[in-house]
Design a protein. Sequence first.
Length: 253
Amino acid sequence: MTSMDGHSHRQDQSPAADHSSVAVQVRGLVKSFGTGETTVTVLKGIDLDVYFGELLLLVGESGGGKTTLLSAIAGILDIDAGELEVLGSSLSKMSAGTRTRFRGQRMGFIYQQFNLLPALTAAENVAIPMLIQGVGRKEAIARGRLMLERVGLGDRTEFLPRNLSGGQQQRVAIGRALVNEPQLLVCDEPTAALDGPNGQKIMELIRDVGRAPDRCVIVVTHDSRVFQFGDRMAELTDGRIVGIHPIQREATV
Ligand SMILES: Nc1ncnc2c1ncn2[C@@H]1O[C@H](COP(=O)(O)OP(=O)(O)O)[C@@H](O)[C@H]1O
Ligand SMILES: [Mg+2]
C-alpha cells in the first residue's frame, strides 16, 4: 500500500469526516450554457456540503452536469446564481487573479485523460504546479522526483508520458495534483481510461494520499468499481442533487 502521510491504517474506511467542518459548501448553484432559445440550464439549484476528512463520490447520468459542477467548485467556471464557499473562502467574492492563485495553492485536479504535457518528463510534469508558484526550476524538478517516489514511480522520473502505461501516467498526474499539498483534491473520472486493476490501484492512491483529516477529495465517477473507495455518494440528476448517502462497506480488520 502506498502511503504518503502514514495514514494507510485508515483502511477501515469508516468515515473519518468531521461533520462539523465543511470544506466545500454549495448553495442554490445555477448554471446555464448558451443564450436565448438555445439556453440549457445544466445546474438547477445545487445544494451540497463536503466535509474535511471525506472522499465524496459524485455520480449521475452522462451529460448531467458533473464536470460542470466540479468546474464551478474549482472556480474555473462563472456561475449564474448561488453561493460557493470553498476551504473557508467565498469564490464569488474573489477577483479572477485571486481565484487563480487560490486554486493553484489550495486545489489539485486529476482528469480522465491524465492531461500530461507530452514533451516533458514525468518529473517535469510534476514540477509544473511548483514552477507556477514561483519555485526555482532545479528545486521544483528535485521535488517532482521525490513526489514520483511517493506515488511509486521513482524509477520512471525521466520518462516521457508516451513511454509510460496508462496507470503510470495517471500516477504522474496524481503526483502533479498533490505536489502543492492541496486541501481539496478534485478528480473527474480518474479511472475511466484505465483497466480494472490499474483503476483499483489509482483509487487506493487517491484515497490514501488525498484524504486526511484536514483535506477532502471529490471524485466524479460512473465506474461502480470505484464506489467502495468513497465515504459518501451524491447523485446528480436533472440538474439537482437528488440523494446523498453514506457508503456501506464490510468491516475489514
Ligand atoms: N462550455 C459549454 N458550453 C455549452 N454547453 C456545455 C458546456 N459545458 C458543458 N455543456 C453541456 O452541459 C451539459 C452537462 O455537461 P457535463 O457537466 O460535462 O456533464 P457530465 O460531466 O455529467 O457528463 C451537457 O449537455 C453539455 O453539453
Ligand atoms: Mg464529465
